[in-house]
Design a binder for this molecule. Structure first.
Ligand SMILES: NC(=O)C1=CN([C@@H]2O[C@H](COP(=O)(O)OP(=O)(O)OC[C@H]3O[C@@H](n4cnc5c(N)ncnc54)[C@H](OP(=O)(O)O)[C@@H]3O)[C@@H](O)[C@H]2O)C=CC1
Ligand SMILES: O=C(CO)COP(=O)(O)O
Ligand SMILES: [Zn+2]
Length: 346
């Protein structure tokens, strides 16, 4: 049996801080809510959501410092002590992931109120939490609702929106790896999840010129792509539709670097290389990322070329059970260097 858990409601629009109240009412989430935000997002939208909810619910606001195990555990304790029936995360991926894992472990629902559109964690079941020991994200539950206020997301540094494009375009090589694993290893493959995931990637390629404008329409297009990617992962029951060798490359960089680049920026560059290895038109990936102002090489990622090559040679070890174009043995140093040079990444 395959349980596909999806968000019950997705709201995309403007002036939505007051909508959390209506969603909570419609979904009968219960009277006691924890509102999570960061020190910056508190003043951008967190306090507004908290005040709006407090008209009808018993509410407690919590400032989250980082996406760490300690913050997940602190949030769980606060939620238990407060007898919270549900949570709402008002922030970027860090805040959303803490709420996602804490609520999952407590068995209560959470609403995702993203203030950045930098990766598909805004609507997915996956959470990236430091200190868990996992080199990849871990499976939790998707948000029961996603409320994306385009004006709020638009004021985030544009770099985050461009990174979101990187995380969506990575679906191209993620699906190619999934198809390869299905053919060679007989791995389960969902045509539906793959098509939805690929459609998101094709949409950002088609709309790159609009996205580059960084206006509300740009935000709508990227947010829809990120939500579709999250839904595709829920349909697949794993991150397969959105995470292949390009993500293994990014996770390897996260392991090698004290201060990596943004996830979407790293997977975008990884997609250029993996598209080349798959024999795809990698130039189209590079052109799209360039158009939206996302990094397309090591220099723009501010990562040394040797670290890029090293990451390519160890990427296959990150998740050995997930078969990709890297194969079981991974790339040799020479092959990695050649692929990175031919695609202009180094
Ligand atoms: N679950 C998943 O599938 C994935 C999760 N991740 C994780 O997501 C996290 C990164 O998320 P990301 O959203 O990129 O960044 P963060 O959540 O780390 O936020 C980055 C900074 O931007 C600030 N900020 C957020 N929204 C706005 C806004 N609208 N205007 C101005 N500033 C804003 C934040 O404020 P404040 O300090 O208030 O939070 C923070 O200081 C990492 O922990 C990463 O591991 C990455 C990829 C996939
Ligand atoms: O980032 C993700 C999908 O875009 C999650 O992928 P992982 O399962 O590789 O952590
Ligand atoms: Zn990703």
């Amino acid at each position: 049996m395959h349980l596909m858990e999806l968000p019950r409601e997705v709201l995309l629009g403007e002036n939505l801080t007051g909508e959390v109240l209506n969603v909570a009412r419609r979904l009968r989430l219960g009277r006691r809510a924890l509102v999570l935000y960061g020190s910056t997002t508190m003043n951008i939208a967190g306090k507004d959501v908290e005040e709006s909810l407090s008209r009808e619910f018993d509410v407690k606001g919590v400032i989250i410092e980082s996406a760490s195990v300690a913050e997940v555990e602190r949030t769980m304790k606060l939620a238990s002590d407060f007898n919270a029936d549900w949570m709402v995360a008002v922030g970027g991926g860090s805040i959303i992931d803490v709420a996602k894992l804490a609520s999952y472990r407590l068995g209560i629902p959470f609403i995702s109120f993203p203030t950045t559109a930098s990766h598909d964690g805004i609507a997915s079941a996956n959470a990236s939490i430091k200190g868990l020991g996992a080199k990849t994200s871990v499976k939790a539950r998707p948000p029961i609702a996603v409320i994306a206020d385009v004006q709020i997301i638009k004021i985030a540094p544009y770099r985050y929106l461009a990174a979101g494009v990187g995380d969506i375009i990575s679906n191209l090589t993620a699906v190619k790896d999934w198809q390869l694993a299905h053919r060679i290893k007989g791995e389960y493959y969902s045509e539906y999840a793959a098509s939805l995931s690929l459609m998101s990637a094709k949409m950002v390629i088609k709309n790159a010129d609009i996205i580059r404008l960084g206006n509300e329409e740009s935000v709508r297009k990227v947010v829809k792509g990120l939500i579709s990617s999250g839904v595709a992962m829920s349909i697949a029951g794993s991150s397969r539709p959105a995470s292949g060798a390009e993500h293994l490359f990014s996770h390897a960089l996260d392991m090698l670097l004290e201060k990596p680049a943004l996830h979407g920026e790293q997977v975008g560059v990884g997609t250029i290389i993996m598209a080349y290895l798959h024999g795809l038109r990698w130039e189209r990936v590079k052109e799209t990322l360039k158009k939206v102002g996302a990094p397309t090489n090591a220099y723009e990622l501010e990562i040394e070329p040797e670290v890029v090559i090293k990451a390519l040679t160890i990427a296959h070890t990150i998740r050995p059970e997930r078969y990709t174009i890297l194969g079981r043995d991974g790339l040799t140093w020479e092959a990695a260097e050649k692929a990175a040079k031919i695609t202009g990444v180094i």
